[in-house]
Design a protein around this ligand. Structure first.
Ligand code: SAM
Length: 227
């Protein structure tokens, strides 16, 4: 999976991606991350990538031209026959969920566009963006953290990134259920014991118990998932 992030803060994205499983995916060549600094494409003396909003109001708006030129640069590098999906991280987008993540993980390359200030001139959004995605009903300072959330969720579905032992089938949201509770050693902690069934060695009974727990937890916490 090849990620290109169009951003005013490439270091933020690079630094946060240099850890744990995402870093291992990069090191193994299963993931590729390319950050494009939109400011490098600002065709004016002071590299200004923002300007005052038409119609007045507070805050600044990211200019269309540097965003468009950064996008053209990213497209040239990818050289793809099929244009890659371009995702604008925005609170006005579709709310990210595991179904969208699974859909995006089928792509070979994604371009992620991060806004800042009051947002981005709508004309370049209309021109280049294929998907608008929000990571939740709250306002962040910029799209970088949202892009990192999306990339993390997509990357772990790329074959090999989590390693051979990984199983997605029981994870929360995989069957519209939250995952059952997990335990590890020791068998007693803070006066609390691991449920006996997990020590029984009876794998069929354990599977049944886990299924029941997933349903109980989903009914209690996220009944909306059950439809
Ligand atoms: N004025 C915008 C509005 O009210 O919708 C908010 C702009 S926000 C301060 C700056 C940038 O942060 C946005 O352009 C977007 O890229 C990113 N952002 C903020 N909240 C987000 C969210 N919940 N999901 C995804 N991106 C978000």
């Amino acid at each position: 999976m090849d990620f290109t992030v169009l951003t005013l803060f490439p270091e933020l994205v690079r630094e946060a991606s240099g850890h744990s499983i995402f870093k291992r995916g990069l090191d193994q060549g299963l993931l590729n991350l390319h950050c494009v600094n939109i400011r490098d494409f600002a065709a004016n003396k002071h590299n200004r990538a923002d300007d005052y909003p038409y119609g007045g109001g507070c805050g600044m708006v990211m200019k269309a031209q540097p965003v468009y030129d950064a996008y053209r640069h990213a497209r040239q590098r990818l050289g793809a026959d099929r244009p890659p999906r371009v995702i604008f991280l925005t609170p006005a987008g579709r709310r990210l969920d595991q179904t969208i993540v699974q859909d995006l993980a089928r792509e070979e390359a994604l371009i992620l566009l991060c806004g800042h200030y009051e947002g981005i001139d709508e004309r370049v959004v209309e021109e280049i963006v294929t998907d608008e995605i929000s990571i939740g009903d709250y306002i962040l300072t910029g799209g970088e953290l949202a892009a990192l959330v999306l990339m993390d969720a997509v990357a772990r579905l790329v074959p090999g990134v989590l390693g051979k032992e990984a199983s997605f089938k029981d994870e929360s949201f995989s069957a519209n259920l939250l995952e059952y509770p997990q335990y590890t050693r020791p068998s007693e902690v803070l006066g609390r014991h691991v449920p006996d069934i997990l020590l029984s060695g009876d794998h069929k009974a354990i599977d049944r118990w886990r299924g029941e727990q997933a349903r109980i937890r989903t009914e209690a916490r996220r009944p909306d998932l059950l439809g």
